[in-house]
Write a protein that binds this ligand. Structure first.
Ligand SMILES: *[C@@H]1O[C@H](CO)[C@@H](O)[C@H](O)[C@H]1NC(C)=O
Ligand SMILES: *[C@@H]1O[C@H](CO)[C@@H](O)[C@H](O)[C@H]1NC(C)=O
Ligand SMILES: *[C@@H]1O[C@H](CO)[C@@H](O)[C@H](O)[C@H]1NC(C)=O
Ligand SMILES: *[C@@H]1O[C@H](CO)[C@@H](O)[C@H](O)[C@H]1NC(C)=O
Ligand SMILES: *[C@@H]1O[C@H](CO)[C@@H](O)[C@H](O)[C@H]1NC(C)=O
Ligand SMILES: *[C@@H]1O[C@H](CO)[C@@H](O)[C@H](O)[C@H]1NC(C)=O
Ligand SMILES: *[C@@H]1O[C@H](CO)[C@@H](O)[C@H](O)[C@H]1NC(C)=O
Ligand SMILES: *[C@@H]1O[C@H](CO)[C@@H](O)[C@H](O)[C@H]1NC(C)=O
Ligand SMILES: *[C@@H]1O[C@H](CO)[C@@H](O)[C@H](O)[C@H]1NC(C)=O
Ligand SMILES: *[C@@H]1O[C@H](CO)[C@@H](O)[C@H](O)[C@H]1NC(C)=O
Ligand SMILES: *[C@@H]1O[C@H](CO)[C@@H](O)[C@H](O)[C@H]1NC(C)=O
Ligand SMILES: *[C@@H]1O[C@H](CO)[C@@H](O)[C@H](O)[C@H]1NC(C)=O
Length: 767
């Protein structure tokens, strides 16, 4: 009964369940949101909960869930009245009014634009009503906490949580600072701090540590416990705020991964070693897994949940717990798999009798060779009460597993949009799929209970995430034409006007860039300029790290042309943060696409045995384009490497120890480049950020051009080139000269940068 912790004060005086509920469902959290984001309109809204008594039972189990419903109408004295049967319904109703009637909204990166709403609140011609079609709206991939929010400040979290509440999220993952509880549990069973540190990864890699993929820290330091403490303090605020905003946090549970030294304190511990992950050496992977059948497992789980509940209160029944995510079980034996999940479930229920085990279904697609239908059935079947489990079908728009598993053999599940891997940057969308398919799924699967977002990184393309969350309140597939039109109207609020060319630009994207239906490549495409240079293998990659463009690049140029043109019609757009952000983003994509033929030309000059000067000329054009890209990116803080590295340093939170700050920065840099001590997952989380382009990608391409100039075609050796590059890449992470380079803070305006770059690349920017 997650609501109980929240209302513990009310409990003292409450005598019946009904009064508890009434007291619990204070609208204070929503009112505080208005205070934060619309201070000029505090008091202009009236919020009330109606028919909300079902809420308490809804929280108790997945069997008795219900949809959320709101009504927004004109209140007395010019007020706007928002009624709903849950806090999430109220937040969603408020959002619909703000976005569709007042035309203001809140965003990733550019932040809240709700304060642009000046003057009296617009009245309604008729009430706005809405009902969710699924009880749950989920948010976060486990790895978003590393790719996106690893170094967030409380201010960043506040924006995120308000965004989530307004977008109707009511079931988010709450996975920050969890190492604190792990550390305490491990200390309690007698492990030393050194033994525990040996297990924990650096701060930018904790998600994969929790998943049992990796262990240990590289880069000279181990995870600072002081940093863990400050993240844990953040988590307390996050959880409290989530509850105030009507969200049920999904907290972690003990999945079984333990420090290697576990057998020192429990000599009889029944442990196995996890599989090797990616190309990591055994030192950093091969995580020790305690068999859930071992009685110590239940003991640790009990301690873990008790410690956690003592801190946050009884705020949830939902626990995230993944044992075999990209990490294969020690045995494929059917009975073994059933015993593992059954023991895990029993231990969890012993720790919290109302626990619901939340699990990502990604393993079933990422290792479909191991996970035969029979094994999936056995593993899920170990949990004999279906409503004690909730599965996140992690990439429903592209590699859904729910059909193959017959709706996870009856377990409740959530239709999730992954869309982005590694926080990669590229315009991309599947607008048909994320509107039509979740509705079809709802008609075809009786255990579908939610829609959600599971992007690995929260990057661009916000419109297609909004689209799925709004689909959760529409029983038929949303018509994307009016949807994009309305989205654009709110997006550029605060400018004089929104020229038609902006609407046309976005509609062009909608039917092209955002309408991929060829799922051979099925996620945000990566710019090849971010990859290790090579004469082959960069172009036309498919899968979920594609480099294929699923649209005619001229469509992107055309949309860009229209979008840029708008500022000539209304120069005030240059002062609009949404316009500036989107223009930089579109320019980035146009230049990234233009890089492809320039690169192909370089390779063809080389492979046709032309002279060194001819290679140099082709290479110079390529580098020139990268400098232009860096120049444009540097006009916006959200496209600057220093924003990420400064956040990492700042997360040291008052620690005066500069080695901790440097280590945090090393983590930030390593994640987006080598991703591992020696490039184990190199360039997976690459970014087109100024400073990174200039200090990392440009030197790599420069070395490549030099290599081509000095190497006969017959002697070309990619391995030799790559090995040489790796030494430089490793040094770059500590290179203070490079760091000075990427920390230059751009003082060029987007307008000035665009003008000079457009002049230089006129052919690139014309259709
Ligand atoms: C929620 O609404 C949808 C669409 O109207 C309906 O199919 C579904 O059964 C409802 N769910 C619950 C739990 O009431
Ligand atoms: C980079 O810095 C780390 C931490 O200060 C250190 O352990 C490592 O040896 C350095 N690497 C190189 C290549 O200088
Ligand atoms: C360890 O766990 C495995 C898998 O559950 C089981 O087969 C084995 O008997 C256990 N070993 C001991 C010593 O308990
Ligand atoms: C994996 O770790 C265990 C100790 O936990 C060790 O015995 C084993 O040799 C390791 N595997 C490899 C490949 O190093
Ligand atoms: C949580 O609820 C249980 C009963 O369900 C109660 O015993 C316990 O004290 C509560 N814990 C907190 C921290 O509120
Ligand atoms: C997307 O493409 C498909 C297939 O070409 C087409 O049927 C559909 O109408 C397009 N949708 C949009 C919104 O452009
Ligand atoms: C949506 O995704 C599913 C699952 O991969 C696929 O079968 C279907 O063709 C896609 N639909 C569209 C319109 O892209
Ligand atoms: C889908 O994309 C792949 C890879 O780019 C391509 O080979 C294939 O022809 C495309 N299919 C269709 C139907 O366009
Ligand atoms: C990439 O795909 C396009 C379109 O199918 C094709 O024209 C081009 O030759 C391919 N390039 C490479 C390097 O495979
Ligand atoms: C370039 O030279 C290599 C030998 O070094 C030869 O195999 C290749 O055919 C030549 N390419 C062209 C396009 O002349
Ligand atoms: C390419 O370089 C690697 C690493 O230097 C070397 O091991 C390999 O033998 C080279 N291949 C050829 C064909 O020369
Ligand atoms: C700002 O721009 C001027 C010239 O445009 C340059 O001289 C100066 O160094 C720049 N300052 C920063 C902090 O980048």
């Amino acid at each position: 009964m997650q609501i109980l912790g929240f209302i513990s004060a009310a409990l003292a005086v409450a005598t019946t369940t009904t009064t508890v509920v009434a007291a619990a469902q204070s609208t204070a959290g929503i009112e505080a949101l208005v205070q934060r984001r619309l201070p000029q309109h505090v008091g202009d809204f009236e919020f009330s909960l109606v028919n909300s008594s079902s809420y308490l039972s809804e929280l108790a189990s997945l069997e008795s869930t219900s949809n959320d419903t709101y009504t927004v109408s004109n209140g007395q004295n010019g007020k706007i009245k928002v009624e709903g049967n849950s806090l999430s319904a109220l937040a969603t109703g408020l959002h619909r009014y703000l976005a569709d009637v007042a035309h203001v909204d809140i965003y990733w990166f550019i932040g809240s634009r709700l304060d642009v709403l000046d003057g009296p609140l617009p009245t309604l011609c008729q009430p706005l009503t809405g009902s969710s079609i699924v009880p749950y709206r989920y948010h976060f991939n486990t790895v978003t906490t590393s790719y996106t929010s690893a170094f967030w400040s409380w201010e960043d979290w506040e924006l995120q949580l308000d965004w989530m509440a307004l977008h109707g999220i009511n079931l988010p993952l709450a996975w920050i600072g969890v190492e604190k509880i792990f550390i305490e549990v491990f200390q309690e069973i007698g492990l030393t701090d050194a033994e525990i540190s040996d297990f924990l990864t650096g701060p930018a890699f904790l998600a994969w540590n929790h998943l049992g993929n990796i262990q240990g820290s590289w880069g000279g330091e181990s995870l600072p416990f002081s940093w863990v403490d400050s993240q844990f303090e953040m988590q307390k605020k996050i959880v409290k705020r989530m509850v105030e905003l009507g969200m049920t946090p999904i907290l972690p549970a003990f999945p079984g991964f333990v420090p290697r030294a576990i057998t020192r304190v429990f000599p009889d511990a029944n442990v196995t070693n996890g599989s090797a992950w990616e190309r990591f050496p055994a030192l950093y992977t091969n995580d020790t897994f305690m068999e859930p059948t071992d009685p110590h497992f239940a003991q640790i789980q009990k301690s873990f949940i008790a410690k956690q509940t003592a801190v946050y209160g009884n705020v949830t029944n939902f626990y995230t717990l993944d044992q075999f995510n990209e990490n294969d079980p020690a045995s494929g034996d059917i009975d073994y798999l059933r015993n593992v999940s059954q023991s895990t479930w029993e231990a969890l229920k012993a720790a919290d009798p109302s626990a619901i085990w939340v699990m990502q279904g990604w393993l079933f697609s990422s290792n479909s060779a191991f996970w035969t239908d029979e094994r999936i059935k056995a593993y899920l079947g170990g949990v004999t009460v279906d409503s004690d489990m909730l599965i996140l079908d992690l990439a429903s728009e592209s590699v859904p597993q729910w059909q193959r598993t017959n709706s996870y053999y009856g377990k409740p599940w959530v239709w999730c949009e992954i869309h982005d891997y590694g926080g990669n940057m590229g315009f991309y969308g599947q607008v048909m799929n994320i509107t039509v398919n979740p509705i079809a799924a709802l008609h075809n699967s009786s255990s579908l209970v939610g829609f959600g977002l599971t992007m690995e990184g929260q990057e661009g393309n916000e419109v297609v995430y909004d689209l799925l969350l709004d689909q959760a309140w529409n029983a038929t597939p949303i018509d994307t034409a009016p949807y994009f039109h309305d989205w654009v109207t709110a997006r550029y609020a605060g400018s004089n006007s929104i020229p038609d060319s902006i609407y046309t630009a976005w509609d062009t994207l909608r039917t092209s860039v955002y309408n991929n239906t060829n799922l051979t490549s099925n996620a945000v495409p990566k710019a090849i300029l971010e990859l290790i240079p090579s004469t082959s293998g960069l172009i036309n990659r498919t899968g979920h790290h594609p480099t294929t463009l699923n649209y005619d690049p001229n469509d992107m140029v055309y949309a860009w042309t229209l979008f840029y043109d708008a500022a000539f019609q209304d120069p005030l757009l240059w002062l609009n943060p949404a316009y500036e952000y989107d223009l930089v983003d579109m320019t980035r994509q146009v230049l990234a696409n233009a890089f492809i033929p320039i690169y192909e030309n370089l390779v063809s000059v080389y492979e046709s045995n032309q002279t060194t000067p001819q290679i140099a000329v082709a290479g110079a054009t390529l580098l020139d384009l990268l400098w232009s890209l860096d120049f444009v990116l540097d006009t916006n803080e959200h496209f600057q490497l220093s924003t990420w590295t400064s956040a990492a340093r700042a997360s040291a939170a008052g620690e005066q120890d500069s080695s901790i700050e440097s280590f945090l920065e090393f983590n930030a840099l390593n994640q987006i480049t080598l991703w591992g001590p020696t490039g184990e997952v190199s360039d997976y989380a690459s970014k087109s950020w100024s400073g990174l382009v200039s200090s990392y990608y440009i030197p790599r391409w420069t070395k490549f051009i030099e290599y081509l100039a000095e190497t006969d075609v017959a002697d070309y050796n990619q391995t030799a080139f790559k090995d040489g590059l790796l030494e430089w890449e490793i040094e770059w992470q500590n290179d203070t000269i490079a760091q000075a380079f990427f920390k230059r803070d751009g003082n060029t305006t987007a307008q000035a940068a665009l003008q000079s770059v457009v002049g230089r690349w006129a052919d690139v920017f014309s259709v």
